[in-house]
Design a protein around this ligand. Structure first.
Ligand code: SAM
Length: 239
């Protein structure tokens, strides 16, 4: 899912590319570097500041970039936690992050602060799963009377309104992407593998409740577990 969305994000950059003012690029939440690789290939002559809140992820990303032979003097690695970040100089032409903004304490505030780092006319580009993702998870919890423990995902409308109030001209589109698993438990294993199982709400099901959920989901799945990701691509131009 993430590599597909990273590619989509780079493609959605194409119409904006000529409009990006000169200056460095800031990537937030680089993770293992799926977007970083594409970014370095797309902008070989720009300085790129590759960042993540986690020093471990940053190290993994750096190793992957080295392994792909993409590391140049233009590429810098820094720790940056968007939750604790106070915007400083307006020095970037482009600020970009793939599948990260839904992890911020507040998606709108995080993106607003990041947009403050942009030069006049600079572009902020991001993708994240929106609040219409995983509808069947919610439905089955409701049917069983179980708490819905999925992390709340950003409400697109709210993010758009708040960002536009901050002198950012927004363009966006939404795309429903489907992922198939043999059974529901494989979806939860996948969330764990990509690091998305940590609860922001500190809520979890007991083992018995979790078994009830996956068994009910499996009974309703007719052989295959289809998961809907509501993916939001958002581009903004700073005034
Ligand atoms: C799903 S991964 C991102 C994947 C990556 N951007 C890609 O395209 O493959 C989410 C990343 O966001 C980072 N992250 C989470 N909260 C963050 C925050 N508040 N500030 C910066 N990075 C954050 C995590 O450490 C993790 O590496």
């Amino acid at each position: 899912m993430q590599p597909k969305v990273a590619k989509g994000l780079i493609s959605s950059l194409k119409p904006w590319k000529a409009a990006i003012p000169p200056g460095a690029i800031l990537e937030f939440g680089c993770g293992t570097g799926m977007l970083t690789e594409l970014l370095i290939q797309e902008f070989p002559d720009r300085e790129i500041f590759v960042t993540d809140a986690s020093p471990q992820m940053l190290e993994v990303c750096k190793k992957n970039i080295e392994r792909s032979e993409l590391l140049t003097n233009n590429v810098h690695f820094d720790i940056l936690d968007v939750n604790d970040f106070t915007p400083g100089e307006r020095k970037y032409g482009l600020v970009i992050g793939n599948f990260v903004a839904h992890w911020f304490k507040d998606t709108s505030i995080g993106l607003q602060n990041l947009s403050e780092e942009l030069k006049h006319g600079g572009i902020i580009l991001t993708s994240f799963p929106g609040n219409h993702s995983f509808p069947n998870w919610y439905e089955y919890c409701l049917e069983l009377g179980l708490p819905h423990t999925a992390n709340p995902l950003p409400d697109v409308e709210e993010v758009l309104v708040k960002l536009s109030m901050n002198d950012v001209q927004i363009d966006y589109y939404e795309n429903d992407l489907y992922q198939e698993f043999e059974q529901p438990i494989d979806f939860f294993r996948h969330l764990k593998r990509i690091g998305s199982h940590t609860s922001k709400l500190d809520k979890s099901l007991s083992y018995k409740q979790f078994r009830m959920l996956v068994n009910h989901w499996k009974r309703n799945s007719k052989g295959v577990t289809k998961i809907k990701w509501h993916v939001v691509y958002l581009a903004g131009k700073k005034g």
